[in-house]
Ligand binder design. Sequence first.
Ligand code: GLV
Length: 328
Amino acid sequence: MTKKKILIARAIFPDILAGLEQQFDVESNQIDEIFSPEVLLEKVRGKDAVMVTSSESISAALIAASPQLKAICNIAVGYNNIALDAATQAGILVTNTPDVLNQTTADFGWALLMAAARRVTESEHWLRAGHWKKWSYDGFLGADLHGSTLGVIGMGRIGQAIARRSMGFDMKVVYHNRSRLTPELEVRANHAQYLSKEDVLRQADHVVLVLPYSAATHHTIAAAELALMKPSAILVNIARGGIVDDVALIEALREQRIAGAGLDVFEGEPAFNPGFLALSNVVLTPHIASASAPTRRAMTYCAAGNLIAALAGQSPPNCLNPQVTSKG
Ligand code: GLV
């Protein structure tokens, strides 16, 4: 029997690739070249399934040009890189990798919050540059997290994991979400209190963003929202670029209208606004919130399992459009 053809658009763990090569006719990309939209379209054409990351855009045009395609498997929980409606209309299964990254990503939200509040990377740069000649009582004074109020905007599974961690810091949690959590989940999330987005921004000492990106959440935090935050507040974005208006954030950080920020995602990444580089009150990381070794493996296994199920005519475990019947 001829093997089904798949494209793995980016480099993945070699042993997981080897497993897939036993079952499928695989076009891989272990040199991790970034394909232009035109090249990606050519490579997807004729494939039965494609495995992508959040960096690859699977547009409606690409879907229209790929009549043989049966499954699009994202190695990410966020799927704003995929034209889901177009895929559904074309009868193509779309999958993501939820849950396996919740704890690791929540840990990283805290890493950014703590690094920005206690000026970890800023002081390290200063030390490495040879400036440390004496201890001083007011060197790198930061904000306390313990006892403060944490705001979470986007209270899905990762947001809830972040809120649960705040119990150890004796913090209060306020949150905003598309829909309110059940009372049981609010209790588990450190007795989180549901508020409007504006009231979260007003009341929270620090705010973490964990909401999915879509046209509806574009610039959820822009100049007007930043103006509501406390001047002592830290803003953390581990969600997606585009949720924050980066130009407005740079202005607010430059003028110290908020104290600092921790950012793992940027508008237009991997390019980002160079204005951030001139600021010492922002911690910048290159979209690595899920990047622990076990979690990145778990995400890749999860995507591989979804792909195998989809091409076996089964409903994949993490299907985003279950109304589509698998074409195997
Ligand atoms: C990472 O950003 C993801 O969506 O998994």
